[in-house]
Write a protein that binds this ligand. Structure first.
Ligand code: AMP
Ligand code: GLY
Length: 431
C-alpha cells in the first residue's frame, strides 16, 4: 500500500465537486476534508472542516491542517488565492496547489496581467489602463470605435462590457469607476481593443517551471442559445475543443503559457497550480483575453472526468516542482457538460426549488452530475441554492453522443425554474 495523503479542499462549487471526485479515484487519498459541506456532492465525498474559514482567522485553518496532518491543500476558487491563503498555508509548511497572492494577480489584477504579457511579448489585445474616470472618458471621446471595458479586479465574471457604441462604453466606465458597481475591483479600468473570433480555454498545470497542458475546452458564456443574453460564469462546455488545431495548441503553449510562467519565475513568483488562458482565435492567431489562476468552472467539470491519471499524484508533483516526471493520459471519449441554472440567473437566481431525478441521471451511461448551487433543506430534499445549480457532464464515443447523453441526463433532472442552453457543443458536434 502506498502512503496515503490527507487533503484539504477549499471551495464549494461544481468545479470543487469535480476535483473531489477525481481525487477520490486516487488510491493514495487518505481523508478528504472540505470547507463547503453544504454542497451535498462535497458532503458525500469529504469530511467537513470544523473551524472558521476566512483570511482573518487563517491561523485556525493552519492549526487544523497541522492537527489533521494535511499533506496537500487544494484551493479551487480565485478569491482565496487572491486573498493569500496559499501564502499563509505554505509558510506553515503545507504543500498548496494554487498560486500565492502575487501569482494570483494574473487573474485578480488585469492591469498587472497586461504588463506581464507586454513584458513577455505574449499575444493579447492592445489595451490602456486608467485609474481616473474622467481620463478614461476623455480617451473614449477621442475614439471612433468602442473598445471593450473591463474592471481590473475580481468581479465574478461581470466586470467586462463589450459595448456597441462610445456612449455605451462611457456608461460602462461610469458604472465601474463612479457608481463602483464592482467595489474595489473597479479602481482601475482597462479599455481594450475589441477582437473577433471563436473563444477557447487552454489550461495547464504548472509546478513553477514545467507545464502540463490539459486538453482545450470551449465554454459558452452567454446565458441564451445562439450566444445571446448576458454574460455568465459559463453555461456549458465541451472538451476537447476542436476549434483549436494541434499546431495552434503548440503555439499557445510556446507563445502564451510558457512565457507567462517564465516571466513570473523571473519576477520571483513560484507559480504552482492551474494557469488558465482564455483565448480568442483571431484572424492573426490566438490572443489572450484573460488569464485565470485556477481551473475554469465549468471547464473543470468537462476536463477532469476524462483524466485517466491520478490527479492527487499530479497535484503533489506540481507542488514539489516534479511535474516533468509525471505521466498523464486522457480518455479518448469527448465530454460535454451542460449547466442547469436557476430562473433569474445571473441577476437574481431563485433559491429553494426542490430538485428531483439526480440519481436517475447519474445512473445513465457515461454521466457525472456535479453539484454547484444546491443544498439539503430541513426535509432532507436537495434544493436550489445558487445561480448555477448542477453541472451535468457526459462522455461518449463521439462528441455528438456525449451531447445526447448530457441532454438526456438534463431531461431526467427536474426543478421549478430550471434553465439551460440547448446548444452546448451543437456546432462542434456537427463539424
Ligand atoms: P473576460 O472575463 O476578460 O474573459 O471577458 C469576458 C468575455 O468578454 C469574454 O469571454 C469575451 O467574450 C468578451 N471579451 C473580453 N475581452 C474581449 C476583447 N478584447 N474583444 C472582444 N471580446 C472580449
Ligand atoms: N468558465 C469561465 C471561468 O471559469 O472563468
Amino acid at each position: 500500500m502506498p502512503d496515503t495523503v490527507n487533503v484539504l479542499l477549499i471551495g464549494g462549487g461544481g468545479r470543487e465537486h469535480a476535483i473531489a471526485s477525481a481525487l477520490s479515484r486516487s488510491p493514495r487519498l487518505g481523508r478528504l476534508y472540505v470547507t463547503h459541506p453544504e454542497n451535498p456532492g462535497l458532503a458525500a465525498l469529504g469530511t467537513p472542516v470544523d473551524v472558521p474559514v476566512n483570511i482573518r482567522e487563517i491561523y485556525r485553518l493552519v492549526q487544523f491542517c497541522e492537527h489533521k496532518q494535511i499533506g496537500l491543500v487544494v484551493i479551487g476558487p480565485e478569491d482565496p488565492l487572491a486573498e493569500g491563503y496559499a501564502d499563509k498555508l505554505a509558510a506553515a509548511g503545507r504543500l498548496v496547489f494554487g498560486p500565492n497572492r502575487e501569482g494570483a494577480q494574473i487573474e485578480s489584477d488585469k492591469a498587472w496581467a497586461k504588463q506581464l504579457m507586454r513584458g513577455a511579448a505574449i499575444p493579447t489585445a492592445e489595451s490602456r489602463t486608467f485609474t481616473d474616470a474622467q481620463a478614461a472618458i476623455a480617451y473614449l471621446e477621442s475614439r471612433e470605435h468602442a473598445p471593450v471595458v473591463k474592471a481590473a479586479g475580481l468581479a465574478k465574471g461581470k466586470g467586462v462590457f463589450v459595448p456597441a457604441t462610445i456612449a455605451e462604453a462611457i456608461d460602462a466606465v461610469k458604472r465601474i469607476m463612479i457608481a463602483k458597481e464592482f467595489g474595489e475591483a473597479g479602481r482601475k479600468v482597462l479599455l481594450e481593443e475589441r477582437l473577433t473570433g471563436p473563444e477557447v480555454s487552454v489550461l495547464a498545470i504548472v509546478d513553477g517551471r514545467t507545464i502540463m497542458l490539459l486538453p482545450p475546452a470551449q465554454d459558452h458564456k452567454r446565458l441564451l442559445d445562439g450566444d445571446k443574453g448576458p454574460n455568465t460564469g459559463g453555461m456549458g462546455v465541451y472538451c476537447p475543443a476542436n476549434v483549436l488545431t494541434d499546431a495552434q495548441m503548440e503555439r499557445v503553449e510556446r507563445d502564451v503559457l510558457v512565457p507567462a510562467v517564465d516571466a513570473m519565475r523571473r519576477d520571483g513568483i513560484d507559480y504552482k497550480g492551474v494557469l488558465y488562458a482564455g483565448l480568442m482565435l483571431t484572424p492573426s492567431g490566438p490572443k489572450v483575453l484573460e488569464f485565470n489562476c485556477r481551473f475554469g468552472d465549468p471547464e473543470c467539470q468537462a476536463i477532469l472526468p476524462r483524466l485517466k491519471a491520478d490527479l492527487l499524484e499530479i497535484m503533489l508533483a506540481a507542488c514539489k516542482g516534479e511535474l516533468d516526471a509525471c505521466d498523464v493520459a486522457w480518455d479518448s471519449s469527448p465530454a460535454c457538460c451542460v449547466v442547469l441554472a436557476s430562473e433569474g440567473y445571473p441577476e437574481k437566481p431563485r433559491a429553494g426549488a426542490v430538485i428531483t431525478g439526480i440519481d436517475k441521471a447519474q445512473a445513465m451511461p457515461g454521466v457525472h452530475v456535479f453539484h454547484a448551487g444546491t443544498k439539503l433543506n430541513a426535509k432532507g430534499e436537495i434544493v436550489t441554492a445558487g445561480g448555477r445549480v448542477l453541472s451535468v457532464t457526459a462522455l461518449g464515443d463521439t462528441l455528438a453522443q456525449a451531447r445526447e447523453r448530457a441532454y438526456a441526463a438534463c431531461a431526467a433532472i427536474e426543478f421549478p425554474g430550471k434553465v439551460m442552453r440547448t446548444d452546448i457543443a451543437l456546432a462542434a458536434s456537427r463539424a
